[in-house]
Write a protein that binds this ligand. Structure first.
Ligand SMILES: Cc1cc2nc3c(=O)[nH]c(=O)nc-3n(C[C@H](O)[C@H](O)[C@H](O)COP(=O)(O)O)c2cc1C
Length: 350
């Protein structure tokens, strides 16, 4: 067991307590309300995040739903904002706070060229003074805690000058008023290449005074335990590993608490989850929900006989009803195969 103590974030009038040391990454195009609802089933106390939301778009009235749909969600949700305009960020943060955000996270790690070139996401690593001003302005606008999710730096790979630059950068964010940092152990230049540099995360953790969450390449409970042991971080954030595996945050949480790890759902449960997610997405988004559901179904329907064929068919299903039929047939096929296997075993024994 690592530690069961909650993490206390003072906020600016509204303190927050994090009871779970595993955080679900913000994932654009993935971590919507419906996905978060599934993650929550296994991890009721975990801090989950919205997809990143652009503050200027909110100002113009776009993407409001991503913030407004928080109300009614059972556990803590951080709203992740990105932009390079401090005033727009402050307004967006106020709106998110009013909608029930647990905290405001500022994205200073997104490598997407279109965003970074304008000075948002990882672009702020090149503009530390502007980054600090954004943190200060947002922190002054809300009472809940303000946190930052970032990378080790703009360029370079592991080793070299990266840890020293990461230390300077993270200290600047702490001095500006960030109350927690999530550090993805790669530079912007690395994108998602190579291994996340947990040793560099450890170097940052050793010198900053605010909680540090380690991020990058945590695919399961063993990775999380190794990462925490190596970095000394206060928690871990899990991203890609949860795509198609909404149970993963709960499994890691159990392992960190020294409790029995909930089993990974078997083929039948995965198909049922895919069908449920499809149904919810179509109910919320109409036929467009099928397009969003396709990628989730592709990730969830893995690791059982017939899964590749099922995925192939699901990607081409012309309507939600056709996709539901494919899932139903796959579930029936699994049941028939398992009944045949039972019969054979019973016959073999006699
Ligand atoms: C599809 C996808 C969408 C992402 N969207 C966001 C985002 O909106 N905000 C953010 O801070 N990071 C985003 N990330 C980065 C992840 O949150 C995370 O930092 C990164 O994937 C490394 O963690 P992992 O190795 O556990 O995946 C995204 C990553 C992927 C693969």
């Amino acid at each position: 067991m690592i530690t069961a103590d909650p993490l206390e974030l003072p906020g600016h009038g509204t303190p927050r307590r994090l009871r779970c040391r595993v955080l679900q990454s913000p994932l654009a195009g993935v971590s919507d309300r419906i996905f978060r609802g599934l993650v929550r089933r296994w991890a009721p106390d975990a801090l989950l995040f919205t997809e990143m939301v652009n503050a200027t778009s909110l100002e113009l009235g776009h993407g409001l739903q991503k913030v407004e749909e928080l109300s009614g969600e059972a556990g803590p949700i951080g709203v992740q904002l990105f932009d390079y305009r401090p005033a727009a960020m402050a307004e967006a943060a106020k709106r998110a706070e009013a909608a029930g955000a647990f905290l405001i996270d500022i994205n200073m790690g997104c490598p997407v060229r279109k965003i970074a070139r304008k000075g948002g996401g990882s672009g702020l690593i090149l503009e530390p003074e502007l980054a600090a001003r954004i943190v200060e302005t947002v922190a002054a606008a809300v009472q809940i805690p303000v946190t930052v999710k970032t990378r080790l730096g703009w360029c370079g790979a592991s080793g070299g000058a990266v840890p020293a630059r990461a230390i300077t950068w993270c200290r600047q964010l702490e001095a500006a008023g960030a109350q927690l940092l999530t550090l993805h152990g790669r530079t912007r230049e690395q994108g998602f290449q190579g291994r996340a540099d947990w040793a560099a995360i450890a170097a940052v953790k050793a010198v900053i005074g605010i909680p540090l969450i380690a991020n990058g390449d945590i695919q399961g409970p063993d990775d999380a335990l190794r990462c925490l042991a190596l970095t000394g971080a206060d928690g871990v954030m899990v991203g890609r590993g949860t795509m198609g595996a909404p149970w993963l945050v709960g499994q890691i949480d159990a392992a960190l608490r020294g409790q029995p790890v909930p089993p990974t759902p078997g083929p039948g449960e995965r198909i049922a989850l895919a069908a449920e997610q499809l149904c919810a997405l179509v109910a919320a988004r109409g036929d467009h929900g099928l397009l969003i559901a396709r990628k989730h179904m592709g990730w969830t329907c893995q690791g059982f006989a017939g899964a590749p064929r099922l995925r192939h068919a699901l990607m081409r299903a012309p309507s939600p009803a056709a996709a539901q039929l494919l899932l139903r047939q796959a579930a029936e096929g699994l049941q028939a195969r398992s009944a045949a296997k039972c019969c054979k075993e019973a016959l073999d024994e006699t």
